[in-house]
Design a protein around this ligand. Structure first.
Ligand code: FES
Length: 111
């Protein structure tokens, strides 16, 4: 585990998402839902658009381009046209800060 600070809690109100450069090959979207914070690679698996610009509904994030919804807990698309999972990452909130572990996506930890 190598958690790094991604943002402050105040930067991401409930129902919003922001894309953050944590040094990887793509930004990571930090998403604040009614069920807490999630982190998902900030690139839709159907096209090269940022998921952080999409709409949040429960634990899902809908791509604004063609409407695929991704489960923020698993990264799996729940609706077409996307058919490929997007990596999701462990998130930890400590005080006013949100930490993400960009080096250990949850899907690789489950193998
Ligand atoms: S680019 Fe996201 S669903 Fe098509």
């Amino acid at each position: 585990m190598s958690f790094v600070r991604a943002c402050s809690v105040a930067e991401v109100p409930v129902g919003s998402a922001i894309g953050i450069d944590l040094g990887g090959d793509a930004d990571i979207a930090v998403v604040n839902t009614e069920d807490g914070f999630f982190a998902i690679r900030d690139v839709c698996s159907h096209g090269e658009v940022p998921l952080s610009d999409g709409d949040i509904d429960g634990c899902t994030l809908e791509c604004y381009m063609h409407g695929s919804r991704f489960d923020l807990r698993t990264g799996f698309p729940l609706e077409l046209p996307a058919t490929t999972r997007v990596p999701v990452y462990p998130v930890r909130v400590d005080g006013d800060h949100v930490f993400v572990d960009p080096d250990n996506p949850i899907d690789s930890q489950e193998q």
